[in-house]
Design a protein around this ligand. Structure first.
Ligand SMILES: [Zn+2]
Length: 479
């Protein structure tokens, strides 16, 4: 397996030399609904985790819930996002955080995520963060001024290795973008602990002041607590690279005295209708928004599977409609296989196809998690096998093995059989009764009755196809 490491900027062989893989994912800040953009990143984590499990590894996965310290600006400026939302809604920060956390878990379920081992909250780990700050002060990487503690980036030699934003480059290029906090030795130093104003909600005692932790610190603290000082894989969205992940490395490596992460994997943004998602254009969608527009969240999952994590995915409803058709094609194929009854003959070519498909699927994902390539393998398998079925050249055993293959690949894709179950549940009893009657009419060669039943079924918005292996039904018109 090889994956692109943001740290080295190259594709690297991934061979941890052990069975258990430690993976940390930056999670949601629970001040609003997670967007389809956030879920693009989270789904990439999920595909990666499932693929590693497919390869026989055990993945210990931790994803944090940010419920304090994430300010409206990455430059240590602005208001805490959760406190801001609480003020706007007339609620407490805890009420806001718990509400959106709950929504997040509902969305994870709708998208059929394989759940992480733990989703620790930042507010439950303030003591662990204080311990790291003490360590950083003792080792000379941090300084306190007026109750606020800063990380001194000039003391950490490798600062900038991940993002390219070395202290020298920052001085030259982004000086004007950085707030001038006169207590900072360098304007690019970042906060570890912030002294809270008198009336600030959410504050904790510390050796320096009553205050709250900087956003970056929680991930260093929780990764260490649950996974140890060195982890195999750390993921996030590309917007996390700087300053968030650069700061995590500086904190963890300085405090622990050892390498923090072996592989940094970042998902690129998705574009909506060709541009960045924007509030003013109304193009920030949530999973509930998609549902309201009639899309099963699994269709979105499939859309993301069809895009490579290192390219910008183009989201549009037209694209989503195409993805839905593609998914229906897979579902129809499974249905077709399941109806094959003939036991005669052996098709060695069909059997070879099954083996090749599994092999090629694996190869695609081993090549920097190339999910669109893996999807192409699935479609290729479907169209070749469909040709055999059309020719009556697949027997029950071969059909069963084909279904088994799809079930195996679905361990990574994570939606085919769930979507199939849901769509079968979507055939109303009334329609099922008509289908059964029609099947009986066909058996007894009563074609007039069969035709009138077909009309009835089609009037209800379903499409029917008669095949050698029986009736096939789907919603909408056949195309
Ligand atoms: Zn993080």
């Amino acid at each position: 397996m090889k994956f692109y490491n943001t740290y080295s900027k190259t594709e690297e062989n991934f061979d941890p030399g052990k069975k258990e893989i430690l993976m940390y994912n930056c999670g949601p800040t629970v001040y609003s609904f997670a967007t389809i953009g956030n879920f693009a990143t989270f789904l990439t984590n999920d595909f990666l985790k499932r693929y590693l499990e497919f390869k026989g590894y055990q993945v210990k996965q931790i994803m944090n819930i940010t419920d304090v310290g994430h300010l409206t600006s990455d430059a240590d400026e602005g208001e805490d996002k959760i406190i801001k939302k609480a003020r706007e809604e007339g609620k407490t920060p805890e009420e806001i955080a718990r509400f959106f956390e709950k929504q997040f878990f509902l969305d994870l379920k709708k998208l059929n995520f394989s759940l992480a081992n733990k989703y620790p909250r930042a507010t439950d780990h303030v003591q662990e963060m204080i311990v790291i700050i003490k360590e950083l002060i003792n080792k000379g990487y941090a300084y306190e001024k007026d109750g606020t503690v800063y990380y001194d980036i000039s003391k950490f030699e490798d600062y900038g290795n991940l993002s390219g934003n070395t202290p020298e480059k920052l001085e030259e290029e982004v000086r004007e973008a950085v707030v001038k906090d006169s207590n900072k030795k360098s304007p690019h130093d970042f906060v570890l602990w912030v002294k809270a104003p008198e009336k600030h909600l959410m504050k904790w005692d510390s050796p320096w002041s009553k205050g709250y932790p900087g956003w970056h610190l929680e991930c260093s603290a929780m990764a260490k607590k649950y996974l140890g000082p060195t982890i195999d894989i750390h993921t996030g969205g590309e917007d996390n690279i700087f300053p968030h992940h650069e700061a995590e490395i500086a904190q963890s490596e300085a405090a622990n005295g050892t390498k923090f992460v072996n592989l940094w994997l970042h998902r690129r943004h998705i574009l909506v209708d060709g541009t960045k998602m924007s509030k003013s254009k109304g193009t920030i969608y949530t999973i509930s928004d998609l549902e309201k527009l009639g899309y099963d969240p699994l269709v979105y999952r499939f859309f993301i599977f069809g895009t490579h994590y290192r390219s910008k995915a183009h989201f549009s409803f037209a694209n989503l409609d195409n993805v839905k058709k593609g998914l229906q094609r897979v579902i129809d194929f499974i249905g077709r296989l399941k109806r094959i009854e003939n036991t005669a003959g052996t098709n060695l070519e069909a059997m070879a196809l099954i083996e090749q498909a599994e092999d090629n699927f694996d190869k695609a994902l081993a090549n920097d998690l190339n999910t669109p390539e893996a999807l192409a393998v699935i479609y290729d398998f479907i169209s070749k096998t469909n040709q055999f079925i059309d020719q009556g050249k697949i027997n029950r055993e071969e059909a069963k093995r084909s279904v088994d293959l799809l079930r195996k690949l679905d361990q990574v894709v994570g939606l085919f059989f769930l979507y199939l179950e849901k769509s079968q549940a979507n055939i109303p009893d009334k329609i099922q009764i008509l289908l059964d009657k029609r099947e009986a009419a066909r058996q007894s060669k009563d074609f007039d009755l069969s035709d009138s039943l077909r009309e009835e079924i089609e009037k209800e918005g379903f499409a029917l196809k008669d095949t050698a292996s029986g009736q096939e039904i789907m919603r909408g018109n056949t195309e």
